[in-house]
Write a new protein. Structure first.
Lengths: 361, 346
């Protein structure tokens, strides 16, 4: 039910080229294509003479690999040359790389993940040099020169919570383990929805909160989940809203042989995640996702659009889709490419597409 | 290029019958090979990438090298006494967390936070010394256990969370801020030279002065070369080994403060990867000027070498996984220079 609801919202939002508003900051305004945006391919783009620097906080893992592949594909389409800086999760390194990127005077900078505390000096340098910055899933604030592109964390989390409730027959009653680590913007936003959900569904009894984020997240989450499951034998579900968490939760449930009793609700999707979800007896029953390759493509598109001054507003949220284990199994989906074909709503080709971009196809 | 071919033929067995020219070529590669490669690399990047040859980029390269250089110089000191400090990465993480928590949660201000961070690093050095000198546990295993202990301690102290301004702590939102001196250390400049480069430069002068120009330095190397002979010559071996681990911990702490200042956060376990980077810089340093031993100048070159390489390769859009491979190639080449081309040891 939630699938259709959300897809419908998605189509409407996509068709209008606007998006559902997230939490409102004073200076944040939803991004849309300007009436006066250029309609002909700007000369710089036609000559393939546009340079965009990509500064990524996180690069190891399926999600980030999918994101960058989308960025690269869209750069190819629009005739953009990329320079990619990878920080390996080291915020100090990313801070320096952003300053370095700003010093090379590209036409725009695209930040992939990152913390405002670390990026401030680099953002100031870029802004004072007049370089437009697009921040994808980064904890920075929108401004005149910084445009945000985000997955809609609230809608994603709401999607799996609705699915959870529907699977429980409309009323959730029982012990639930929750996986969460504070301090990561996407997780913090998902947590807001979880807090509301708990308040609205008093039958939900959160018996444990676990979670760790590091280079070995899935395995360590699995260890913690096993301990929590053993201590709370009446658990009915693990809410694990990040795919590394969900993989860990699924592993713990399977290794303890509890897959008939305990389900896990996750977030994100990759080819590896699809394999885990569709395995025989997999406890991972539903996930909410934004197609990460599409997210990468939209991020790059917005950066290119900003160079040509194509937009009003500075905040774009990419609408999500809820996908169930059953969907994947009945449609025989094995990888994200097939997923994209089966759920065309995942790709949002009209989102932030300036008129001149359409002429390149 | 002639040097390279000489090195390759040098793999043959009858090297004693080679003419003098070959031996001279081998000696040149042994002493200057790595520096030559560095110069050639810089020349190539400068010729092909206009931004590479700017002053701004030179400063970015030195900034990128500064943290690895400071930790690496600490490792160098512990290596001179024949030791090996595996705990430098965790000492970094501890000092980062201690300083960040002192400011954000404790709201103590900049200078006390810096002192707390450095004391945390020294404490790791003290603990290593107790294990190694007093309890006579071998260096490698002693510092390995310290690595885990300190990592765990760091995480326990902050309940596994990263420390950032405005974080939730015990149910309330913290109000402490990263002090201005940290912001200066992270992104400040003195006459267009970034402050982290200046700090790394001062640390380098300290270590090079200590190891190369003082009686202490000679004693460090004597202890590392042959502790029994050193003791027989009246050198108080234990004292030098303790000092070496204190310096190693202290410098790791300084590197940690530099890192925290640049990211303006205290991130969980963020120091860990620096252990391997630092050890690698120190080992590459063996091959610089044919030193064939831990040395401060070599370590500095080792750190700068990697920073130049990564900076240049990024401009050529080398993916991150290939960069790690290239770094491995550099290390192997450096090790071949110092171990294979170097004077034979028994």
């Amino acid at each position: 039910m939630s699938i259709q609801g959300i897809s419908r919202g998605l189509l409407i939002a996509g068709a209008l080229g606007v998006c559902l508003a997230g939490p409102a900051f004073a200076e944040t305004k939803t991004l849309s294509v300007k009436p006066g945006a250029p309609t002909d391919v700007p000369e710089k783009f036609a000559n393939k003479d546009v340079a965009i620097a990509v500064v990524r906080q996180l690069n190891v893992g399926d999600v980030y690999q999918a994101w960058i592949s989308g960025v690269e594909a869209e750069a190819d389409r629009l005739g953009v040359k990329l320079t990619v800086y990878d920080a390996d999760g080291d915020n100090a390194k990313q801070a320096l790389q952003l300053q370095q990127a700003a010093a090379t005077s590209p036409d725009a900078i695209l930040i992939g993940w990152g913390f405002g505390d670390s990026l401030q000096a680099g953002l100031e340098a870029a802004c004072s040099a007049g370089i437009p910055v697009v921040a994808a899933n980064a904890s920075v604030e929108a401004s005149d020169c910084v445009t945000l592109v985000n997955q809609s964390e609230h809608l994603m989390m709401q999607g799996i919570m609705d699915q959870f409730k529907a699977d429980m027959g409309g009323e959730v009653k029982g012990d639930v383990i929750y996986v969460y680590v504070a301090g990561y913007r996407p997780l913090d936003l998902r947590n807001e929805v979880w807090e509301t959900f708990k308040a609205e569904n008093p039958g939900v009894n959160q018996v444990a909160q676990i979670g760790v984020v590091n280079a070995n997240t899935a395995a360590q989450t699995a260890d913690q989940a096993k301990a929590a499951l053993s201590a709370n034998p009446d658990t009915i579900a693990i809410i694990a809203p990040y795919d590394e968490f969900t993989k860990g939760a699924a592993l713990a449930i399977t290794e303890l042989g509890l897959q008939d009793k305990v389900k896990t609700y996750g977030m994100d999707i990759s080819t590896a995640d699809i394999a885990v979800m569709t395995e025989d007896g997999s406890p991972w029953v539903a996930t909410a996702t934004t197609d990460m390759a599409n997210f990468g493509a939209v991020s790059l598109r917005v950066a290119a659009g900003e160079i040509t001054d194509a937009y009003d507003g500075n905040d774009l949220q990419i609408p999500p889709l809820v996908i169930t284990q059953e969907d994947l199994r009945t449609k025989g989906i094995k990888n994200v490419e097939q997923l994209g074909e089966a759920f065309p709503a995942l790709a949002t080709p009209n989102l932030a597409e300036a008129p001149w971009m359409a002429k390149l196809d | 290029m002639a040097d390279t071919s000489a090195r390759q033929t040098g793999a043959g067995t009858n090297e004693y019958s080679r003419p003098d020219g070959f031996e001279r070529g081998k000696a040149f590669v042994y002493r200057y090979g790595l520096l030559t490669v560095l110069v050639v690399m810089i020349a190539y990047f400068s010729a092909t990438q206009p931004f590479f040859r700017t002053f701004a980029n030179a400063m970015i390269i030195l900034q990128a090298a500064s943290i690895v250089a400071v930790v690496g110089l600490g490792c160098t000191v512990s290596m001179t006494v024949g030791g090996f400090d595996l705990s430098v990465g965790s000492a970094m993480s501890l000092s980062i967390m201690a300083a960040a928590a002192a400011m954000v949660i404790g709201d103590v201000g900049g200078v006390p936070a810096i002192l707390i961070g450095i004391l945390a690093g020294l404490a790791v050095g003290v603990f290593n010394s107790l294990l190694i000198v007093l309890a006579r546990v071998p260096d490698l295993v002693a510092t390995l256990s310290t690595l885990f202990l300190v990592n765990g301690l760091t995480l326990m102290g902050v309940s596994g969370q990263s420390v950032a301004e405005g974080m939730a702590w015990n149910g309330t939102t913290t109000s402490g801020k990263f002090a201005p001196i940290f912001k200066w250390l992270g992104s400040g400049k003195v006459v267009s030279i970034p402050s982290s480069v200046i700090v790394a430069g001062l640390v380098f002068l300290f270590v090079v002065g200590l190891l190369n120009y003082t009686r202490w330095g000679r004693a460090f190397y004597a202890v590392g070369g042959n502790p029994i002979a050193a003791a027989a010559a009246g050198i108080r071996v234990a004292r030098y080994r303790v000092s070496a681990y204190l310096i190693s911990g202290g410098l790791a702490a300084i590197a940690g403060l530099m890192l925290a200042a640049r990211s303006n956060r205290g991130d969980v376990n963020v120091g860990d990867p620096y252990l391997l980077q630092a050890v690698s810089a120190a080992l590459v340093g063996y091959a610089v000027l044919g030193a064939n031993k831990p040395n401060a100048f070599g370590t500095l070159i080792g750190a700068v070498f990697v920073a130049v390489l990564i900076n240049g390769l990024t401009m050529f859009n080398f993916p991150y996984y290939a960069q790690s491979f290239v770094q491995g190639v550099l290390l192997v080449v450096a090790l071949l220079m110092s171990y294979t081309l170097g004077p034979r040891r028994r």
